[in-house]
Design a protein around this ligand. Sequence first.
Ligand code: ZN
Length: 218
Amino acid sequence: MEIDTALEHAELVLLRVDRYLRRQHIELAVSDTLIDGYRNDIGNLVQELLRGSGRMSKAQFRRDMKGVIKDYAREGFRTAWEEDGGDVSEAEASDTELIGEWQTEQQGYVDSFADWLKDKTSDLDFVDSRIELWATSFQNFVEHVKLRAEGDPVLKLDGDDGRESCDECQEYKGQSHRLSWWEKRGLTKRNGNENYGCGRWEPCQHHFYNLKGDVVIA
Ligand SMILES: [Zn+2]
């Protein structure tokens, strides 16, 4: 009898876990696929530039990569908006201008990225982590758009201090404000955010949480 009860209990737990995972999966699926696609497309371009015996020029690489950024900016906005909001045609200009903002910012890093890739003194062991930074920035953009689609939700900065924590993280940690409050102060971006001593680079383990306690901006 006891074993039966334990098994029943275990089954119930598994069912709950399964439901939870399915729900997560559904919530994340489309934009996650897009982030993977972005990472792959950039990775393929990089490989073409590095591998091809001069088949792809640096100029061509720059053009292609800027094109990839442009395509994903639009598609990322549409996908994220629909995932969390609904109709893209109802997005305000102040929301859609995020597309151009992110696109211009990211395209601005392409030339120096191409230079770094073709510089013989560069340590190409870091190629994957450099590509990951591009992907992380796209993820940050997608997360941002999703929150805009929800309106102006309250977000809390929280998380472990980790190996590295700066004055700003210490100051803002535990604070809850609307998205617009964080945006106005330029605090939501990752990797190279000048408004944090730590730059919100990878070692920073502080994230933005919604009221349910989910990470909404990593
Ligand atoms: Zn910090």
